[in-house]
Ligand binder design. Structure first.
Ligand SMILES: [Zn+2]
Length: 406
């Protein structure tokens, strides 16, 4: 925590955007997801329209996509197959990127059935995305052993990633020298994680080519059920962990259990739920919908802020390394957000969009406080104040319920 470098220590940074106590994102891997399914899922997640799974939740939930994939053209791929000759769902994918329904790359493609990735695939993809003005920050980093484009450097245990080449210079799959400068700053860190809530989701990752990037954790697995507790304890004594993946849609309700959501709020934690919501090629079942309704309730109650993955990770990074100064000037409190002292990506002055949600509290009268970004006072419409709670902050993103499938 960089914290305040000014002379007033009675003003503090609040952990989450006011009034929330926790933050959660759903990180969906696009495996097997067909475009028709994607449309209906996001009408349900993001809008308030009537859908096959019920009335739209109106939550900010993003998704991922692929540039390349198998010759099943219903999948969420930009191009048809494994080259860059013919577009598949490019136009629609670009529309969803620009509205935020897509904010992550699940690597460059689905090579599960074909080991076809080469460095040229990365170069062509970046060239095309640059041409479209698209820069994404989040890379979802796994796949079967054919998916050599992923980054072994992000895995804590390298033996489980020895087939990956993405950040290994001198191999045909090496591409992070172009992919990181293009925009990727956050990578799913590949570590099997069975806990939803964390104080921070981020840890610095050193890639094999020497570049630094942020790794983040998501809930993807679960310890074996309690009735086998005895067996589990015996095995764990031998260093064997009984876990199963819970990143499939029939486990979404379990991931979003009341217990998990309550604990997120109680501990003021960040949480990311890893999923493959399209993998069964059917609508979400009753338990998954129930889980999402529990989440919506917590969001509406002002407890858990549901945010797309890129926004949550950006908030986590900026909050944790914010450089700000608090001082008194002409009987007013002035808070100046100076920069983000990011130990991985370097010191930078953030844009307004990067400080959305940053909130201060403590010994302040919000009406008598000025909030500045790099010395420039922020506009009133970009602020949130609460006299009762003594908070002033940068307003979070406005909700957007528009149906972008239309
Ligand atoms: Zn996946």
């Amino acid at each position: 925590m960089s914290g305040s470098s000014g002379n007033r220590s009675d003003v503090k940074l609040r952990k989450f955007p006011f009034p929330f106590q926790a933050m959660l994102a759903i990180a969906n891997d696009v495996d097997e997801e067909q475009i028709a399914q994607f449309r209906e899922l996001h009408r349900f997640f993001n809008t308030r329209a009537m859908t096959r799974m019920g009335e739209g939740l109106g939550l900010d939930i993003g998704d991922s996509f692929w540039m390349y994939g198998p010759h099943d053209y219903d999948l969420m791929t930009y191009w048809k197959g494994y080259d860059w000759g013919i577009k598949n769902h490019a136009e629609e994918i670009l529309r969803y990127i620009s509205c935020g329904w897509i904010d992550s790359l699940h690597s460059y493609g689905d090579y599960n059935d074909q080991m076809a990735f080469t460095r040229e695939h990365a170069l062509q993809a970046i060239n095309e995305l640059e041409k479209q003005g698209v820069h994404l920050k989040v890379w979802l980093n796994h796949g079967n052993s054919n998916n050599i484009q992923n980054f072994p450097g992000a895995f804590l245990t390298h033996h489980s990633a020895s087939h990956l080449k993405g950040d290994l210079p001198g191999t045909p799959g090496y591409h992070t020298d172009v992919t990181i400068p293009w925009g990727i700053q956050f990578v799913q860190d590949g570590t099997l994680n069975d806990q939803l809530g964390h104080d921070s989701l981020l840890r610095p990752v050193s890639l094999w080519d020497g570049q630094q990037i942020w790794g983040f954790r998501r809930l993807e697995a679960r310890r074996e059920s309690p009735w086998r507790k005895g067996l589990r304890m015996v095995l764990e004594r031998w260093g064997i962990k009984l876990t199963y993946w819970n990143w499939h849609p029939e486990r979404l309700g379990e991931q979003l259990s009341r217990e998990n959501l309550d604990s997120l709020v109680e501990n003021q934690h960040y949480g990311v739920v890893g999923q493959h919501l399209g993998i069964r090629r059917q609508d979400l079942d009753h338990s998954a919908v129930e889980g999402l309704l529990r989440l919506k309730e917590k969001h509406q109650a002002g407890e858990i802020l549901v945010a797309r993955l890129s926004r949550l990770l950006e908030y986590n990074r900026v909050h944790q390394h914010l450089d700000y100064r608090v001082f008194t000037h002409e009987h007013k409190t002035v808070i100046d957000i100076r920069a983000v002292n990011d130990p991985v990506c370097g010191y930078f002055v953030p844009a307004l969009e990067q400080v959305r949600g940053i909130t201060f509290t403590g010994a302040l009268d919000p009406e008598q406080t000025k909030l500045c970004l790099a010395g420039v006072e922020l506009n009133e419409e970009d602020l949130i104040r609460s006299a009762g709670e003594k908070v002033i902050g940068v307003r979070w993103f406005e909700p957007d319920y528009h149906d972008y499938t239309q």
